[in-house]
Write a protein that binds this ligand. Structure first.
Ligand SMILES: Cc1cc2nc3c(=O)[nH]c(=O)nc-3n(C[C@H](O)[C@H](O)[C@H](O)COP(=O)(O)OP(=O)(O)OC[C@H]3O[C@@H](n4cnc5c(N)ncnc54)[C@H](O)[C@@H]3O)c2cc1C
Length: 584
């Protein structure tokens, strides 16, 4: 085992991690640990754009953007955080431009902007062009730009290092951050990184669904590590289902397609969103559009022999526009479906896309250990975190924004903390937990297989905890997850070696997914209302009296070693906007 010492350690080299690193490295000795090569992070798959009220092409301002974000999140958003997001968006885009990001341009040479769901002029009057974009490769450009700037700043990367544990040491009755434990993929060696400050920027956890836009690696390792160490997870029941995944595969077709004028149609060719969202139509918020699609399907207006999908129609848009603005997703339709989007509509269905919940933080990125206390030295930003700027439903283009605004803030706060703080003693035998897990997994002879359990988990989550939920379906999901967790104890890996043992890591990742799926379902069972991405058919209305509050889930272990999930709640920060009925 090797021990390394840094001021600031950042876990994750996606947009949030690298944006944090650019700040932290200028102020403190910083290392970035990442299980993937940095430019393979999921941020690179983001397509449609990044929101900022630049008003380059239409009248706009940050207050409208704040309102849309709060309303989009079905009023579960912390409004102080949303205001920061919308205000700092403008500099955040300009920072990226100065770093070299090649945004699409207007004929006058300004950064071009396009429409996206839920973004509106003057509190819902009409759609507004707020998304800054680089064709349908915005995330790719952000990731490359940030990586190049990290290299320029001399950020130290540890690539293919899997962080498997968070080290906290109790000092004078307060848990403080001591570092993390990582597994080096190439050698199988364990490394302890001591640090004054740790920033989790390890991304989302959508891989517990089968039909998902998420990469194979989005397994919630950061959320699971924090949870295992007794820290809460906030609002995990809120998961976003993006309306337009490729039918059966879930691969994303950006909302930018509808921003450019694409239309959703049912089997009769009807533009059905006009019924559900008379003003914003196809550009209503994602939760609304996904529910509408499934309503069409359930009522027998779905397309195809099984009536199990609807169409995204781009055929009325000029091919030149598709080529210039949506080159990748039109190519996806050709490659994966053999469909020519110039002339034929594309079969789509909703796809599991984004975790609104995560590790709770304040607006400085400091991680909360209770509703009010922070863990000194611990920070989180990006999809792993819950600030909460997305509330019950995130607006499209607000995540690329979130990772830049709150990645930057967390990087600054962590490095400033590290400048004044002392290193905390490591806990005794710091790598023990990880060493035991790895040894157990390598030596296991049980007859359960990772792929089989993962598939069963994904199937129950798709069936029971997706767009529509009821007490009964959620209970079924919970029973299945409990049974799968038992079976997981008998899982064994075929590769017993040390070098590049991805088999072993996938087994550990599956453990994280099982833990997080359970948190999602337990939180969802307790929320007997419908809000944003969480729709309970048995409680179809929003209930502000009982549920205008954030869920805080804690893992508790009794003296016999039995684990339970305890739920607590945290008030929502409301500043400017009173909850209203949400229509689009
Ligand atoms: C297909 C797709 C399209 C999208 N399009 C848009 C869009 O147009 N606009 C928008 O706003 N949002 C979009 N999103 C959402 C947005 O891209 C993500 O929420 C955001 O990029 C997440 O960034 P991140 O930095 O938090 O995490 P990621 O980019 O996922 O990076 C996570 C990092 O953590 C590392 N990591 C994870 N676990 C470990 C571990 N155990 N040890 C060490 N390192 C670890 C990984 O190696 C990686 O470097 C899209 C998402 C998807 C999936």
């Amino acid at each position: 085992m090797q021990i390394h010492t840094y001021d600031t350690v950042i876990v994750g080299a996606g947009g949030a991690g690298m944006r944090a690193a650019i700040e932290a490295t200028q102020r403190s000795r910083t290392a970035v640990l990442t299980k993937l090569y940095p430019t393979r992070s999921h941020t690179g798959a983001a397509q449609g754009g990044m929101a900022a009220a630049l008003a380059n092409v239409e009248d706009d301002n940050w207050e409208w953007h704040t309102f849309d974000t709060v309303k989009g999140g079905d009023y579960l958003v912390d409004q102080d955080a949303a205001e920061i997001l919308a205000k700092e968006a403008i500099d955040s885009v300009l920072d990226l431009e100065r770093m070299g990001l090649p945004f699409n341009r207007t004929p006058d040479g300004l950064i071009d902007q396009r429409r996206f769901g839920g973004h509106s002029r003057n509190h819902g009057e009409a759609p507004v062009r707020r998304s800054c974009y680089a064709a349908d490769r915005t995330g790719h450009m952000i990731l490359q730009t940030l990586y190049q700037n990290c290299v320029k700043e001399g950020v130290e990367f540890f690539n293919e290092f899997y962080v498997l544990d968070l080290l906290l040491t109790t000092v004078d009755g307060v848990r403080r951050t001591a570092g993390v434990v990582a597994y080096e993929l190439a050698t199988g060696e364990l490394h302890v990184f001591r640090a004054k400050a740790v920033v989790f920027a390890s991304g989302g956890n959508g891989k517990f669904y089968k039909v998902t836009s998420n990469a194979h690696t989005l397994t919630g390792d950061g959320q699971a590590a924090a949870f295992r160490r007794g820290l809460p997870l906030e609002d995990m029941e809120f998961f976003q289902f993006h309306p337009t995944g490729i039918w059966k595969m879930g691969i994303l077709l950006t909302e930018g397609a509808r921003g450019e004028g694409g239309i959703l149609r049912n089997k009769d060719g009807e533009r059905f969103m006009e019924k559900y969202a008379p003003v914003m139509k196809d550009l209503a918020s994602r939760d609304v559009v996904s529910r509408s699609i499934y309503t069409e399907i359930r009522e027998g207006r779905g397309c195809g022999p099984d009536g199990d999908h609807v169409h995204l129609d781009l055929t009325h848009l000029p091919p030149e526009q598709l080529d210039a603005k949506l080159p990748d997703i039109t190519e996806f339709a050709r490659t994966y479906l053999g469909i020519e989007p110039y002339t034929d509509p594309i079969p789509i269905q909703p796809t599991a896309h984004y975790a609104m919940g995560g590790i709770p933080t304040n607006v400085r990125g400091e991680v909360l250990s209770t509703n009010t206390d922070v863990v000194p030295g611990l920070y989180a930003a990006g999809e792993v975190a819950c600030v909460s700027v997305h509330g019950a439903n995130r607006l499209g283009t607000n995540s690329l924004l979130d990772i830049n605004v709150f990645g930057r803030r967390a990087g600054i706060a962590a490095a400033e903390y590290a400048a004044d703080a002392d290193l905390v003693e490591l806990p005794e035998d710091p790598a023990r937990f990880v060493a035991d897990e790895v040894t157990r997994m390598r030596g296991a002879t049980g007859n359960e297989r990772v792929t089989v359990i993962r598939r069963a988990l994904q199937e129950t989550m798709d069936r029971n905890a997706m767009v529509f939920r009821t007490e009964q379906t959620l209970k079924e999901a919970l029973e299945d997850i409990t049974a799968l967790r038992k079976r997981y104890r008998n899982v064994s890996v075929q590769d017993k070696g040390r070098r590049f043992n991805t088999d072993l890591l996938e087994a550990l990742e599956l453990g994280n997914l099982l833990d997080l799926a359970e948190v999602l379902v337990v939180s969802a069972l307790a929320r007997k209302e419908s809000r944003g991405g969480h729709y309970r058919e048995d409680h179809p209305h929003r209930d502000d009296v009982n549920f205008m509050r954030h869920t805080m889930a804690y893992r508790e272990v009794d003296s016999q070693g039995n684990e339970t999930i305890r739920l607590d709640y945290k008030p929502v920060v409301q500043t400017r906007y009173q909850p209203q009925e949400r229509t689009y």
